[in-house]
Design a protein around this ligand. Structure first.
Ligand code: ADP
Ligand code: ASP
Ligand code: MG
Length: 439
């Protein structure tokens, strides 16, 4: 059985949904199709939630009406028969009635999650209507019946596996299943989600749970590129990378993959393919245990980073200092991305300011604490990077004009990370494209 996940742009127009139906019926192999919300929908739902969080019911109502109008015109072109259109419209009515009802309910975090779930519920139900119209036998699997996260918001792979295999066993006669990406239930049994971009995570979790033959991520670009195509002109698709490389790229900002979506597939050794819905014949990128080749493969950037420096002459020859520093971050469940040390100071980076004040307060007894916000981590990722000819020389020569705040090299054989002020991000990515890839 294989997994085929289609992102927002791949289902964002009626003709694209028609094309997805063709792509999933090309072969007889049993499959689970995971769909995102139509492009723009989750952003709109976030907007509606924000209006409600600020008690702006008029703003929320306007945003709901605009979104509903979009869906009404979408179903007109999606369905090809009157009966199909009626069914699709009834689905739109049901979900927009829900959104209109919540206008009258007091806002809560649980309600916010319910609002955010509407996108994937709509896309899968509408797609199912279209498949039915086309006489394509399939079953709509509610993700809320099997996709769960624990109290730490970590997916429960073991229980997902048990629940999903029971469901599939029950429907052994079916070959095509459609389900929602992104949405899940939390430890309290409420509707929740796997964070923005989380449909990739759903696909990988399902792939691992059922030991799929392959997990295909269909999107709007022909695979993982060597650099961020949104800010660099000349980028090229990479044919093959390892799970470790892909995980580093996803975590350090390559938007094509959800930051933590690689581990489930990696754990069960299910190959992941990145493919282009708009160019289905393009080769794409294959992600396996084997990296394919040695050397630098790609560069990615992660914004919104905060650098914290703790300077103390008492650190000199003191053991236990780093442990005490790290314990503060552990206490506030804030993960550290980069670490550099000198004899008298340690610098770390974090990507969340939720507990920044508390963390700084608890670090102050250890020495002078300096905080720099607005930083970007630029990661150079590859397989056994050190084996690339003159890699450090090329890296630093190409970036001579950019002030670098921190450098991390040697933590893994796959990554060199640099910390720069975010105003230098685009320039850094462009310079590295020339310096490392000659593009
Ligand atoms: P989907 O809606 O299908 O999940 P996303 O927008 O989440 O698609 O991811 C695809 C986008 O990721 C591409 O359109 C591209 O602009 C962006 N992207 C950023 N970095 C990379 C990269 N290194 N390789 C490919 N795409 C990238
Ligand atoms: N629809 C969700 C989002 O926009 C999940 C996804 O597309 O992967 O973040
Ligand atoms: Mg995505």
């Amino acid at each position: 059985m294989k997994i085929m996940k289609f992102g927002g742009t791949s289902v964002g127009k009626p003709e694209r949904m028609h094309q997805v139906a063709q792509l999933i019926t090309k072969t007889d192999e049993p499959k689970i199709v995971v769909l995102s919300a139509l492009s723009g929908t989750t952003n709109s739902l976030v907007g509606i939630s924000n209006f409600l969080a600020h008690s702006d019911r008029v703003g929320a109502k306007q945003a709901i009406d605009t979104l509903e109008a979009h869906y009404r015109s979408f179903v007109l072109q999606l369905a090809t028969t009157e009966a199909g259109r009626e069914k699709a419209n009834a689905i739109v009515t049901e979900h927009f009635e829900f959104l209109n009802i919540i206008l009258r309910i007091s806002f809560s975090e649980a309600l916010n999650k319910d609002i955010l779930a509407q996108g994937e519920l709509l896309s899968t139900k509408l797609f199912s209507v279209f498949l039915e119209e086309q006489g394509i036998d399939h079953l709509l699997l509610p993700a809320l019946d099997f996709m769960t996260i624990d109290a730490n918001e970590e997916p429960q792979l073991g229980s997902i596996k048990v629940k999903l295999s029971q469901i599939l066993k029950h429907h052994a006669d079916k070959k095509l299943f459609v389900t929602q990406g992104y949405i899940c239930r939390n430890a309290r049994g409420e509707v929740d989600n796997l964070k923005r971009g989380g449909s990739d995570y759903t696909a990988s979790l399902i792939a691992a749970a059922i030991q799929a033959t392959v997990c295909e991520i269909w999107t709007d670009i022909d695979g993982m590129h060597n650099n961020d195509p949104r800010v660099v002109d000349k980028t090229v698709a990479i044919k093959q990378i390892s799970f470790d490389e892909a995980a580093e790229l996803a975590y350090f900002g390559a938007k094509i993959l959800h930051p933590t979506c690689i581990w489930p597939a990696q754990q069960m050794n299910v190959p992941v393919k990145l493919l282009n819905t708009m160019q289905p014949d393009a080769e794409g990128t294959v992600i396996t245990e084997d990296a394919g080749s040695v050397g630098v493969k790609a560069v990615a950037a992660k914004d919104g980073i905060i650098a914290i420096k703790i300077k103390s002459s008492r650190m000199l020859l003191a053991y236990g200092f780093l442990r005490k520093v790290f314990e503060v971050f552990e206490k506030y469940r804030t993960s550290i991305d980069m670490v550099t040390t000198s004899e008298v100071a340690v610098s770390v980076t974090i990507d969340s300011d939720t507990f920044l004040e508390e963390i700084v307060k608890e670090l102050e007894p250890f020495g002078t604490v300096e905080v720099d916000k607005g930083q970007t981590i630029v990661s150079i990722v590859g397989n056994e990077i050190a084996k690339t000819d003159h890699v450090l020389q090329r890296l630093f020569e190409s970036m001579a004009e950019v002030p670098v705040r921190m450098v991390s090299y040697g933590g893994s054989p796959h990554n060199i990370s640099l910390l720069v002020n975010s105003e230098y991000k685009i320039k850094t990515l462009q310079l590295l494209n020339k310096g490392l890839f000659g593009l």
